[in-house]
Write a protein that binds this ligand. Structure first.
Ligand code: SF4
Ligand code: MG
Length: 335
């Protein structure tokens, strides 16, 4: 059956004073109805830009979407009108950002904004009915005194409560897809756990597929069904969450998981040396080669494309099949 969302060969640059930043360089992925797909990578890996491209939220300029298609239930969103995109945002697709203040209007009460979101997508909804539904939604996401909170402004909410309000707005119109960009990164650890629980519940109740953008592998392990790992604007690995944690098939993923002791390497911890690449002038061949413990000559010249390893797994490493031996040798050499 056709995927809910598919992104095909997305290429996005940003025009900066220092030159063209190649933020996303040929990303293809699909999301099926109801599944939670985590997109992970360091900052600057292109994960947020990929997600923002879905709904035309890459600001142009300085962003330049050079190539690619984004299909939502077969509808080409790059060809969609501004009006259609506004209808989709907050309708079929709900969005949750790291900073709720970017999603909430500071000069409108929280209740009224959610009510307007509802009425934007259901023109027959009366004011009283909208209000009742918003209060019920606020209760559902765990905002206490929802009746009173309805009339308060975003700055009168705590960070955690604002995040709850934003989730209420994102799920208000029963979306098919949720895009959550670092939804818990700005929160205290205890609040993080509560918001994660809430996200999980919201996802279950709405049945919405979710794209979860995060650098936090704990969050990935908690929530995701499938994981896409990005590095330097490209997908380097994709796998079912259990398979990825059990046996990563790309050296970069191994590095990312390095705080997790690896049974297959006798508990050895590997870490990623070096720093993320300069995306104005990315390394030749495999962009990870300057940091890769397994890099060989071929890696400097020939760019690996993601290839199928079976069971829905992809890796963009020339030596994915030799990874276990290669990294064991590396680990031994570090003694
Ligand atoms: Fe390392 Fe080469 Fe694989 Fe890139 S292609 S991850 S440099 S071994
Ligand atoms: Mg980001």
């Amino acid at each position: 059956d056709a995927p809910l969302l598919s992104i095909e060969n997305l290429v996005v640059d940003f025009d900066t004073d220092d030159g063209l930043v190649h933020a996303v360089d040929g990303v293809s992925l699909t999301v099926r109805a109801g599944e939670i797909v985590a997109v992970v990578g360091e900052s600057g890996s292109g994960k947020s830009v990929t997600a923002m491209s879905i709904l035309g939220l890459v600001r142009t300029p300085p962003g330049i979407i050079r190539e690619g298609r984004v299909l939502l239930r077969g509808e080409d969103l790059r060809a969609a009108s501004g009006e259609r995109l506004r209808e989709i945002r907050g309708g079929e697709v709900g969005m949750i950002f790291q900073d709720p203040m970017t999603a909430l209007n500071p000069v409108m009460t929280v209740g009224r904004q959610i009510a307007e979101a509802l009425r934007l997508h259901d023109h027959d909804l009366g004011a009283d009915e909208a209000r009742a539904r918003v209060v019920a939604l606020l209760r559902e996401v765990g905002v206490p005194d929802a009746d009173k909170r309805y009339g308060q402004y975003p700055h009168e909410f705590s960070g955690g409560m604002r995040q709850r309000a934003m989730i209420a707005m994102a799920i208000a119109n029963d979306p098919d897809l949720l895009i959550a960009d670092e939804p818990t990164t700005a929160l205290d650890v205890t609040i993080q756990a509560q918001v994660l629980d809430l996200l999980r519940t919201a996802q279950r109740d709405t049945g919405a597929a979710t794209i979860l953008i995060t650098h936090d592998l704990g969050v990935v392990a908690e929530l995701a069904d499938r994981v896409i790992v990005m590095y330097a604007g490209r997908i380097v690995e994709e796998a079912d969450v259990r398979a990825l944690f059990a046996r990563p098939r790309h050296p970069y993923t191994v590095g990312l998981l390095s705080s997790v002791p690896r049974a297959d390497l006798d508990g050895e911890l590997l870490s990623i040396p070096g720093s993320p690449p300069n995306m104005i002038d990315p390394p030749s061949g495999c962009a990870f080669h300057p940091r890769c413990p397994m890099a060989r000559e071929r890696c400097r010249t020939e760019r690996p494309e993601p290839y199928d390893l079976g069971d829905g797994r992809r890796s963009a490493c020339h030596y994915a099949d030799e990874l276990d031996e290669g990294l064991a040798l590396y680990a031994a050499g570090k003694e």
